[in-house]
Design a protein around this ligand. Sequence first.
Ligand code: CP
Ligand code: NVA
Length: 309
Amino acid sequence: MKDNWLSLETQTPDSLNALLDLAESLKAQLQAGGNEPLLRGKALAMLFMKPSLRTRVSFEMGMEQLGGHALYLSPDEVGLGKRESVADVARVLSRFVDGIMARVFAHDDVVELAKWASIPVINGLSDYNHPCQGLTDLLTIREKLGYLKGVSLAYVGDGNNMTHTLMYAAALTGMRLTIATPPCYEPLQNVVARALELAKQYDTGATITVTRDCTAAVYGAQVLYTDTWTSMGQEEEEEERLKVFPPYQINAELLSKAAPDAKVMHCLPAHRGQEITDEIADGADSWLFDQAENRLHAQKAILVTLLKD
Ligand code: CP
Ligand code: NVA
C-alpha cells in the first residue's frame, strides 16, 4: 500500500531512526562521489501554492541525484482547488508521476491530495506542520551532538507550523522541548496534547513545556530554535505581530542565558533583525546553513523510502 509523509505524528521512534540512518548514509555516499540511481525512471510532481527556495531546490536536486526527475508546478499553473478540484488534481497526477510533493496553505489540502492520489504524497509545508523540515532538524541535531534523547531544545517565537513539527519531533525522540511564545500565539493545545500522548505511548522520556518567558525557556538549553514571526499567508497580520514579538528575538543576550556552548537553528527564510539578529545568524554558534543543506539529505531518505520499488 502507498505511504504518505504528511506529519511526523504518524511516525514511530523506530521509523524516524531508520529515516535518519538512511539520510546519513545517502549524505556520506553523495560526499564520497555520488548516489546510486535508486529512483531511476521515477518522477516527482512538486506542487507549490507558496514561494520556496530550500524545498524546491532540495527536492529537485535530490530527485536528480537519485536518478529521477522532478517537475515544478507553480501556484498560478495548477490553481489547486480553484481551477480544478484537489481530488481531480490528485487523480490526474497519479496517472503521470510516481509521487507528489505539495506546499499548501490549508493542511486539509494535502490530506485531500493523499486521499485521492494512488501515489505517495509528501507535505512540503502546510499551515499545520512542516515534516520535511522536522526530519532535517533531527538529522542536524543528531549529526552535531551525536544523540537526540535528552537534548534540551528551546523554541522562541511564534507557535506555528514549525512549533507543531518540533513538538512531534521531540516527542518521538525524547528531547526536552521548551517553547516560549507571546500570549495568543501559543501552539495549538490539541497538538501539545497529541505530542505528549506520543511521548507517553512510546515512553521516550520527552518533555514539552509552553511558557511566555523566553529567559526561562532558554535557560541551560543546548539548542535554540526560531522561525519567522509572520508565516506565509499571514502577511496582513505583520504590523500587529511586529508590536508583540520583539521580546522573542534570538540575540546575543538571550543566547548568553542558554548552555555555555549552545547552538542556534532556524528553518529559514530568516527575517534578520526580527526573530534573529545578524550577529547570531552569522556567528560561530549558528547551524543555519548546515541545517539548510540537510534538507537535501533528509528528503532523499523520504523519497527513497516512499518511491523506491
Ligand atoms: N525552510 C523552508 O521550507 O524553506 P523554503 O520556504 O525556502 O522552502
Ligand atoms: N513558518 C514559516 C516556515 C517557512 C519555511 C511559514 O509557514 O511561512
